[in-house]
Ligand binder design. Structure first.
Ligand code: NI
Length: 173
């Protein structure tokens, strides 16, 4: 496993539409996913999309903590159902110290493939739903700053305070 460099605001890979994964049972794909988890946990964040480590492929990883199950690997994910809305503070590992309020669906059902290419469906609510939506946006070259209102820079102390105030609504991915 290895920690990969997280691409930052302005890197053209972040605004490109990522390509479908077509090859499964692939050691390179497995290595990418392992490295993405290591990079995400080290950051730390709750989700990471492959373009954020410079790979323009439709792969995301997520781990929003025990109450949400996981960790999750979603390849070629598609939102097939969404309902309700939630507004919450969001950040992104590609935009250090920047946060904003983003409206997302409260609940989504996502269809995706696993590392072997098998399709599965997953239902997500609240933080995990927000995380999947944020990461799937990354795969389409859409960044949270495109959707956020009240964008603001927060110091680590201010971030901790907001996180304490709104734990269930905060995502950095
Ligand atoms: Ni992000």
């Amino acid at each position: 496993m290895a920690i990969r460099e997280v691409r930052k605001q302005g890197d053209p890979v972040l605004t490109k539409k990522a390509k479908l994964v077509e090859k499964f049972n692939d050691p390179l794909l497995e290595q990418l996913v392992e490295d993405m988890f290591e990079t995400m946990y080290q950051a730390p964040g709750v989700g990471l999309a492959a373009p954020q480590v410079g790979i323009s492929k439709r792969v995301l990883v997520a781990d929003c903590g025990e109450e949400y199950g996981g960790p999750y690997v979603l390849i070629n994910p598609k939102i097939i159902h969404s309902e309700g809305t939630q507004i919450g503070i969001e950040g992104c590992l590609s935009f250090p110290n920047l946060y904003g309020d983003v409206e997302r669906a409260y609940k989504v059902i996502v269809k995706a493939q696993n590392l072997k290419g098998k399709w599965f469906k997953i239902e997500a609510e609240k933080l995990l739903s927000r995380c999947f939506q944020h990461e799937i946006d990354h795969l389409d070259g859409i960044l949270f700053v495109d959707k956020a209102t009240n964008l603001r820079e927060l110091s680590p102390e201010e971030y901790k305070k907001e996180r304490a105030d709104k734990e269930s609504q905060l995502v950095v991915s």
